[in-house]
Design a protein around this ligand. Structure first.
Ligand SMILES: Nc1ncnc2c1ncn2[C@@H]1O[C@H](COP(=O)(O)OP(=O)(O)OP(=O)(O)O)[C@@H](O)[C@H]1O
Length: 347
């Protein structure tokens, strides 16, 4: 049974350190939902997971499951499971006995623990390897065993600490599919720590961004792309357009002209503000004198597509071009910039 996870002003300040590893964060993950914690190295992601799991004690704040404070409970009494970057399996046990380990340790017979473990091995599509020693399986399979072992404890919250980062990209996509199946089948509440916005986008319902121990952003995935709270969040979400200017009553003024912010989005106070524009949502067009006009001064490949650099006055706008289109340097073009591609931030 999954639980709603609530972190309230959760903090960890290591003795002797100038800055806290986690500076008092508030975060709620509804029962059955998946939140990805994204952030640069050292931003406090693993610290947050360790505090939720009870592997480390906070210096402030609390962790609650379904409204019940579990901050003082030891890890084994929280109903929280954790999967790490490395599978950390018991090397002397077979695949199925790794998965059934907790049941066996709690006093179940070998056959009872194996029969419940088999269900979880089926869930991760490893039933055929049940009797193999774990030394004779691949890294991807070992990570599936670690996932099955964690699920076999019926966690109310499942914590995934960069569990796929050591796998190659094909295996990683397989694991994403597996996590989607597990969510459909068991609906655990999941907190996934990752460096990878693609991973966050394909697996999670919401994205929480930690920068230097501070939760700078939490929203559903699509708004993390289009309405990041700060420039640092924008960059982590792959945003490449930052236009300095001035905000006046929801309209941003710069060499790009006057651009309206979306009426349903956040609007900072009037004053200096940086306009963030998603490059994938800008269209290069020929006509319309009303649109901002500029000159293409460079282009670079980005997979199937390419990114064109368009200079308008003192401003450079980066635009993702549709597959198969080119942007000859020196061409004068207009830019169609939908309000939904824009947000303004003050830091
Ligand atoms: N035991 C400790 N004593 C002192 N400082 C610590 C300790 N553990 C972590 N830190 C510091 O806390 C900060 C956050 O570390 P944490 O491991 O949570 O970051 P992270 O975002 O998970 O990083 P990465 O992505 O590299 O794993 C870092 O500055 C780290 O050096």
């Amino acid at each position: 049974m999954s639980a709603t996870l609530s972190l309230t002003r959760l903090a960890r300040h290591h003795p002797g350190e100038q800055h806290p590893a986690l500076a008092g964060i508030d975060l709620e993950v509804p029962a059955g939902a998946c939140t990805a914690i994204l952030g640069p190295s050292g931003s406090g992601k693993s610290t947050a997971l360790r505090l939720i799991a009870g592997l480390d004690a906070p210096t402030g704040g609390s962790v609650a499951l379904d409204g019940v404070d579990v901050t003082a409970l030891p890890p084994e009494r929280r109903g929280v499971g954790m999967v790490f970057q490395r599978p950390l399996l018991f090397p002397h046990l077979s695949v199925i006995d790794n998965v059934g380990f907790a049941a066996r340790a709690s006093g179940q017979s070998r056959s009872a623990s194996r029969s419940s473990a088999r269900r979880y091995l089926e869930l991760v599509h490893l039933e055929d390897l049940a009797d193999r020693p774990v030394g004779a399986i691949s890294g991807g399979q070992a990570q599936r065993v670690a996932l099955a072992r964690s699920l076999a404890n019926a966690p109310r919250v499942l914590l995934l600490d960069e569990p796929f980062s050591a796998l190659d990209s094909v295996l990683r996509e397989d694991m994403y599919e597996l996590v989607r199946e597990i969510r459909k089948e068991l609906s655990p509440t999941i907190v996934l720590v990752t460096h990878d916005r693609h991973e966050a986008a394909v697996l999670a319902d919401s994205v929480a961004v930690l920068i230097d121990g501070v939760l700078e952003h939490h929203s559903e995935v699509s708004s993390a792309y289009t309405q990041p709270s700060t420039r640092a969040v924008n960059r982590l979400m792959g945003g490449i357009n930052e236009i300095h200017g001035h905000l006046e009553r929801g309209v941003h003024h710069s060499d790009l002209g006057a651009l309206h912010l979306p009426p349903d989005g956040p609007v900072p106070d009037d004053g200096p503000a940086v306009l963030l524009i998603r490059h994938e949502m800008i269209r290069i067009v020929d006509g319309s004198p009303d649109l901002p006009r500029g000159v293409i001064c460079g282009a670079r490949p980005a997979g199937l597509r390419s990114i064109a650099d368009v200079r308008i006055g003192s401003v450079m706008v980066h635009v993702e071009l549709p597959t198969g289109t080119t942007a000859p340097v020196g061409t004068e073009v207009g830019l169609e910039i939908p309000a939904a591609a824009c947000t303004a931030v003050t830091r």
